[in-house]
Ligand binder design. Structure first.
Ligand SMILES: C[S@@+](CC[C@H](N)C(=O)[O-])C[C@H]1O[C@@H](n2cnc3c(N)ncnc32)[C@H](O)[C@@H]1O
Length: 233
């Protein structure tokens, strides 16, 4: 795909496929970052685009998490399940993956995609803007790909996510880079700097374990749940 067509397709997905009816919230008090629009289910095909495999390297991302059979993983903002379905295979034979999304239509697309691929260890959860609807201390790992910047209520949502992690539970977070040129084809409010991520996540009770920069356009952060929470939900 030429750079122009890539830019056009990204711009279309961000503008045309914004989800109407989702209440928008204020700037994050720690960073002044204003959340982006929630991407509508009408853009679900874009999440399955061919060139995504090279750019977002889902298998390498999941290998970096070092999942094992029996793990319970929540894909927060699972969309069409581009990552959910791969996570499901990575935790076989006895692990479970929760596909968590606020849009019932996205969940229906995920269900159909799992059915077509014969995947049976994905449980689909219709969540709420500030609540992933997961039981307390029930999850080993969470994955968030291109979704955190869409949370309209990031502070209470992170508090609920932290509650749902088991002690020592981890989160893999992927966000397009704000600085430099690599994320330049993505709208500004769909990109985050390392400083923004740390300023919003560390006070919420997440300790940075590692940061990986092998992806062409995105940061990958690994956080661990800690007891140190300084941000009130
Ligand atoms: C850009 S899509 C990314 C989907 C998927 N993570 C992927 O990489 O293919 C963002 C998804 O996050 C969902 N989402 C946005 N805010 C959410 C929230 N507070 N809780 C759960 N899902 C949310 C949207 O409905 C949408 O399906």
């Amino acid at each position: 795909m030429t750079p122009f067509r890539l830019l056009l397709s990204v711009a279309l997905s961000m503008f045309v496929f914004s989800q109407p009816g989702v209440a928008e919230n204020e700037a994050h008090p720690a960073t002044n970052r204003v959340p982006a629009h929630v991407m509508s289910y009408r853009g679900a095909n874009w999440l399955e685009r061919d060139d995504r495999y090279l750019l977002e390297q889902p298998d390498r991302v999941i290998a970096t998490m070092q999942l094992k059979s029996g793990d319970v993983v929540a894909d927060i903002g699972s969309g069409s399940g581009y990552f959910t379905r791969r996570l499901a295979k990575a935790v076989l034979p006895s692990g479970t993956v929760y596909g968590v999304d606020i849009q019932p239509e996205m969940n229906a697309i995920l269900a159909e995609n799992c059915k077509q691929e014969g995947i049976t260890n994905v449980e689909i959860i219709l969540s709420e803007e500030a609540d992933p609807k997961l039981a307390a201390e029930s999850v080993d790992w969470m994955l968030l790909v291109d979704v955190y910047h869409e949370f309209q209520q990031p502070i209470p949502m992170l508090a609920k996510m932290r509650e749902a992690l088991k002690p020592g539970g981890k989160v893999a977070l992927l966000e397009y880079r704000l600085h430099g040129d690599t994320g330049a084809h993505i709208k500004l409010d769909h990109r985050m700097s390392v400083e923004q991520v740390l300023a919003e996540w560390e006070p919420a009770g997440f300790r940075l374990v590692t940061r990986h920069e092998f992806l062409p356009t995105q940061h990958m952060f690994i956080f661990e749940k800690t007891d140190l929470v300084t941000a009130a939900p």
